[in-house]
Ligand binder design. Structure first.
Ligand code: ATP
Ligand code: MG
Ligand code: MG
Ligand code: MG
Length: 439
């Protein structure tokens, strides 16, 4: 992409009403624009990051054997009356009435709708196990929408639902979600720690939240620092291998890690003192096992091997896709701007032409732009007639992992400069070496 043809409405001033770094930086980098409280337009660069995150979520869910689908944003109230949540959910639910005076709601989550789809089509244990998910906009009329996309009213969520015959099968589905979530966050360059949590309006007993540690997080958490060192790395995972998944779950949940709602001082005191941490965290996902909480009242039954009709065991599992954009920036920024991890960066590298209009500099930039594009690096070429300082400031603000600086002086010696955003380290090299390095 050439910057002169892109839409990147960068702000010079720090927006006064943005209280945390990610909100300020998303506004300054021209990623989002608020339309009303907690509701945002995603401008091209913000949208690009959102799509990359969504893509990683899709890939990891499908790797785990979960099936993508799409349910609507508007739901009929009748389904929620059946589960008893129409009244129970409270003012966070946005209720709508159509011209025929039918009650609708803008979905805050989808347990009822998916259970309805399930009971319409599945009647035998032979059709199990089944896990369906979608990535769809949700609406929750939060009392205090704030921190930009972190606590929006309209937000993008991945929500998945497993249907199983037995509690053991449902626990396996729970473990599959835990491991696929760990992989998902790791691929994005994010450390998210599973912590024992409380279930809230979804219901159920078995639940973990995934938290990204950050001072600006809204949750108070307590954990054993040993959990911070765990990584999946590139170990091979077989999502059908129950013992392997259970062992990974055990590895991550053996060290103490709880949110304030389930925190237990006596248990925490057993963690060696030098490893005890209390901190703040951003909830970027949550998994639930709730058994027959919805299948029973809504009649989602299957015939088991003995020919009996039994309610299915279910769980639901959510990832805050749009919140992740903010959480990633909270975890990866410095005083000059965003520092995108490779896995989610909107462009692979930025090309800065120090002397736009200089024949040699223009030609070298065009050549690098073409070759890096062909190599799949997806570069952003700053081809504006701006001062070098302004171009550097924009690149630092938008946080691409690599900056390629091209100017007449370097070219006279046959070199361009490659700078790593994270460390600020620069190296001179020939254009050929640079293409080989980034490709
Ligand atoms: P919170 O405690 O932050 O209100 P929640 O526990 O109500 O979140 P869940 O029902 O667990 O949310 O939804 C799954 C995920 O959706 C959350 O882990 C979070 O990442 C994301 N999410 C929830 N509410 C919002 C919101 N208002 N804006 C952006 N993302 C949200
Ligand atoms: Mg909430
Ligand atoms: Mg929560
Ligand atoms: Mg939650």
């Amino acid at each position: 992409m050439r910057l002169t043809r892109y839409f990147l409405p960068v702000l010079k001033e720090t927006p006064a009403d943005a209280q945390i770094a990610s909100h300020r930086l998303m506004l300054r980098a021209g990623m989002i624009q608020q339309s009303s409280a907690g509701i945002y337009s995603w401008l091209p660069m913000g949208y690009k990051v959102l799509r990359r995150i969504e893509q990683i979520v899709h890939e990891e869910q499908q790797r785990a054997g979960h099936l993508p689908m799409l349910m609507p944003t508007l739901q009929p109230a009748e389904l929620w009356r059946e589960s008893g949540r129409y009244d129970a959910y409270g003012p966070e639910m946005l209720r709508i009435r159509d011209r025929h005076k039918r009650d609708l709601l803008y979905g805050p989550t989808n347990e009822e709708m998916i259970t309805d789809i399930f009971r319409t089509h599945v009647s035998s244990y032979r059709q199990l196990p089944l896990t369906l998910y979608h990535i769809q906009w949700k609406f929750r009329d939060e009392v205090r929408p704030r921190f930009g996309v972190m606590r929006g009213r309209e937000f993008l969520m991945k929500d998945g639902y497993n249907f199983d015959l037995t509690p053991e099968d449902a626990i396996h589905a729970y473990n599959r979600h835990m491991v696929s979530y760990l992989r998902t966050y790791e691929r994005m360059g994010l450390k998210a720690i599973p912590m024992r949590a409380a279930s809230g309006p979804i219901g159920g007993d078995d639940t973990h939240e995934f938290l990204v540690l950050a001072e600006t997080g809204e949750s108070e958490v307590f954990y054993d620092s040993a959990v911070e060192d765990l990584t999946l790395g590139d170990r091979a995972i077989d999502y059908d291998d129950r013992a392997q998944l259970a062992a990974i779950r055990e590895e991550w949940t053996a060290p103490y890690a709880r949110t304030d709602e389930t925190h237990d001082e006596a248990l925490f005191a057993q963690v060696p003192e030098e490893r005890r941490r209390s901190a703040r965290g951003i909830e970027v996902g949550q998994i639930f096992y709730f058994g027959t909480k919805y299948s029973e009242p809504m009649g989602a039954l299957v015939t088991n091997e003995a020919g009996e009709r039994v309610p299915v065991h279910m769980g639901s599992h959510g990832i805050g896709v749009s919140r992740l954009v903010g959480a990633l920036i909270e975890a990866h920024h410095d005083e000059r701007g965003i520092v995108w991890p490779e896995g989610v960066t909107p462009f692979g590298a930025g090309i800065v032409n120090l002397r736009q209009g200089d024949a040699a500099a223009d030609a070298a930039c065009e050549d690098l732009y073409a070759r890096l594009s062909a190599a799949g690096v997806d570069p952003l070429y700053d081809d504006r007639s701006e001062r070098a300082g302004a171009k550097f400031a924009t690149m630092d603000l938008i946080g691409l992992p690599w900056r390629v600086t091209v100017g007449p002086r370097g070219l006279a010696n046959g070199v361009v400069e490659l700078t790593e955003r994270r460390t600020g380290r620069s190296e001179e090299m020939t254009p050929d070496a640079l293409v080989a390095r980034l490709a």
